[in-house]
Design a protein around this ligand. Structure first.
Ligand code: SF4
Length: 352
């Protein structure tokens, strides 16, 4: 019987590191690092979709002819851009029609991009719009990378920091989040180093343990804490019933932080729920000797969780109780008050 000739595979460049791309070009096309580097540079450094116009490909017409149908640079489409105060939110429509949000946050010298990793979220935090949507699906690596690509090359923003604080729980889409970080890290491409990337979790200790095992010490870890009392926290964040504070603390204690590193913790202050002196004391006790920078964020009301935002005075008072006990509190609580988004309500903006 005649053997069927294998048709060459599509090249999902938004899912590939430079090494991964080189391996595919070697294996399927008998070409290697030279063309892979050129392709990576055109797509991820320069944001060009017509990579085939680069010298390296003009001079290799046979290869270019083969690659063209296999390599379409088609990031997901931005369908809306909204400016709220100093933040820019953009909505992306995915290939199946689902929509996700990303937010660009200006810092002193550059911009931070807050990205989504899921459509919806399983965690169901009471104070979060995304939690109320329920879970639809995980994002692919390409859909995560598309957000960075679009912010840099379509919106032309100087993105140097990425925080996984948009829609979804990153540890619930662990493999794709880690793979996307590997793609972001490639110096010849997007060149966003791990020390400029923050993963924010609702407190999935299994994810913290898995990240610890990878020994990627430079990635910054943020925990949306919101209460240091199991009863209060379970009401706010149902995940706490599965992973109570003691278990979370064990994972944090065992986490191999880099030298002089610290966890980021987000605390959404909600009037009459977690804003008392006792709440502050419990938080101080929970943090104990852990190195923590605490991001205190005023609650931004969402439907069916009817609490007014705390006053500036209440935020200052709560922050002061913590500061008095030696906790490092990030006092930038007005930033982003008008944006209602995912994890920790995009609070604080952390990464300068
Ligand atoms: S705060 Fe984060 S973990 Fe909680 S429901 Fe919202 S997106 Fe999910």
């Amino acid at each position: 019987m005649e053997a069927k000739s294998k048709s060459p595979k599509m090249i999902p460049i938004f899912e590939l590191t430079l090494d991964g791309l080189t391996a595919i070009l070697k294996q399927d096309h008998k070409k290697g690092g030279f063309h892979a580097s050129a392709l990576y540079r055109e797509v991820f450094k320069q944001g060009k979709q017509n990579w085939f116009e680069a010298d390296e490909f003009v001079k290799s017409p046979a290869l270019t002819k083969v690659l063209l149908p296999l390599l379409a640079i088609k990031p997901d489409k931005i369908v809306k851009t909204i400016n709220e105060e100093f933040l820019t939110k953009f909505i992306t429509r995915l290939s199946d029609g689902q929509k996700i949000e990303s937010v660009i946050i200006p810092m002193t010298r550059y911009k931070t991009l807050c990205i989504s990793c899921q459509v919806g979220c399983k965690m169901g935090c009471r104070f979060c719009e995304t939690g109320r949507m329920g879970f639809k699906r995980n994002l692919s690596v390409a859909e995560i990378i598309s957000q960075v690509y679009n912010a840099r090359f379509f919106l032309k923003e100087n993105i140097q920091n990425v925080v996984f604080m948009g829609m979804g729980e990153p540890f619930d889409n662990f493999d794709n989040v880690i793979k996307a970080i590997e793609v972001m890290n490639v110096q010849q491409g997007l060149d966003i180093a791990s020390r400029h990337i923050t993963i924010s979790t609702a407190g999935l200790s299994s994810g913290i343990d898995k990240l610890a095992a990878l020994k990627l010490k430079n990635i910054r870890l943020a925990v949306s804490i919101n209460a240091a009392n199991d009863e209060v926290r379970s009401k706010l964040m149902p995940v706490n019933r599965r992973v109570p504070l003691k278990k979370l603390k064990t994972s944090l204690t065992n986490y191999p932080l880099k030298k002089r590193g610290a966890f980021l913790m987000e605390y959404v202050l909600i009037k009459g729920v977690n804003d008392s002196f006792q709440d502050a004391q419990e938080l101080v006790e929970f943090i104990g000797p852990l190195p923590v920078r605490l991001n205190l964020i005023g609650y931004n009301p969402v439907k069916d969780f009817d609490h007014p935002p705390p006053s500036e005075e209440a935020l200052h008072r709560f922050g002061q109780w913590l500061t008095d006990k030696g906790i490092f509190v990030i006092k930038r609580w007005s930033k982003g008050r008008s944006v209602s988004a995912g994890c920790g309500q995009l609070g604080g903006f952390l990464c300068e």
